[in-house]
Design a protein around this ligand. Sequence first.
Ligand SMILES: Nc1ncnc2c1ncn2[C@@H]1O[C@H](COP(=O)(O)OP(=O)(O)OP(=O)(O)O)[C@@H](O)[C@H]1O
Ligand SMILES: [Mg+2]
Length: 450
Amino acid sequence: MNLKLRINLIITVLLFLTLIIGGGIFTIKNARGNVQAEIASTAILALHMLDSEILYYSSVYGMVSPAGVGEGSLFQLNKLSDVRHLKIDFYDSFGHLQDTNQSTQLEDLPPSWFISMMDTVTGEMPATKRQVYGRGQIVGELVITPDPSYEIAEVWEEVQGMLIFVGIFFIVVNILIYYSVGRALRPIDNILAALTELEVGNLTSRLPQFTLPELSRISDKFNVMAKTLEDSIANNRHLTQQLIRVQEEERKSLARELHDEIGQHLTAIHVDASAILKAKTVEASKASASAIDTVARQMMDIVHHILQRLRPSGLDELGLEAALGELINGWHHRHKEIEIDYQIHGTFNDLDETVLITVYRLIQECLTNIARHAQAKNVCINVLRNEEKIIVSVKDDGDGFDTSSKSIGFGLAGMKERVDILLGKFELESSIHHGVSVNIEFPCVRSKDK
Ligand SMILES: Nc1ncnc2c1ncn2[C@@H]1O[C@H](COP(=O)(O)OP(=O)(O)OP(=O)(O)O)[C@@H](O)[C@H]1O
Ligand SMILES: [Mg+2]
């Protein structure tokens, strides 16, 4: 059963119970009180009249023969058929019914459950008997019994009218509730539709503003979440494209270097080696051998450079401190005009390789940026490792840049990405003319084999 029907049903049941318990019990209790009061007052009146009639007959018709009474017309009870709340019977001295005021039976009886609910009325009102004398003898007995059936039938008619009214009220209220609940829950359909859109990959799906404040907050949060998801997937796509592009460029540049440098040098070695083979004098051989030696040294430098680009030298063998030392010295050598203050604290040899390469690449990108964009005079690099985390900070006093207006490039995005992978924090502070400060920290991930 859906939510709309369920809410409808709950409200209907509650309404029904309220009406039945409140309205039904109150009406019946009230009706019983009324019936009782009406019957009691009619009984008192009828008793007074009958008493005076008995008195009248005893004094005036004191000589009336019991046979005259036996004709059953003494009290002419059939003329009292309008007194419907009382059953008045006259029995002769032999106990035979001689006269009664209720010769007709009620045709449209209320249902038995209703009668039994009202019936306690009669239990509380016993029958009244009056003995009738003639010539000093008992000639009969008047029995006056309260009869609430007419009154109950009247109440039943009223209750029936009320039930029809309640029925119509119920149908109308139910339709209104169904319509209002449907209207109130319409945003849920929108939310479900938007979630389904996201599920099938439509990241532009957004929710409208709802009038209900709670749903409006859900809509705001949903829209922010969908926007973040959309941005992050777009960012990832962009990064992957950049990664592929950089990878291809790296391969192209390596291929070019291998072709241009190594190829040329190998050709030179080949030519010099052939010259040695063909040399007729020792001097000629020596000259070619020395040329081979020079070319081989150049090739060693080239190979070292290529390897350095592929993988920082010394990181595996000598550790992070030495590799960073070499990186920073090499950079300072190329940028002598910039002062470097470099501090490193802690031991790093138990850390995972990913952590080490991340610290190295982060500092490398910071230095590249400083060289390319900063015009700085001083650079301060701090690397600190404690029990739980590694903290890296690189500050310069260069031109800085407006972080709010400038979109970050692949370098900074890549740094952030590397830190995110290690569940760390990346923070960049900068404003124009105030240099750049990059602060990074991430948890220590220890190497499995150490
Ligand atoms: N130390 C710095 N001083 C001044 N500006 C900087 C500094 N670091 C970064 N920036 C600014 O931030 C921008 C983004 O840097 P990022 O490293 O992401 O990209 P990039 O260096 O331009 O290109 P690449 O993708 O090759 O790294 C730079 O273009 C530069 O304007
Ligand atoms: Mg850069």
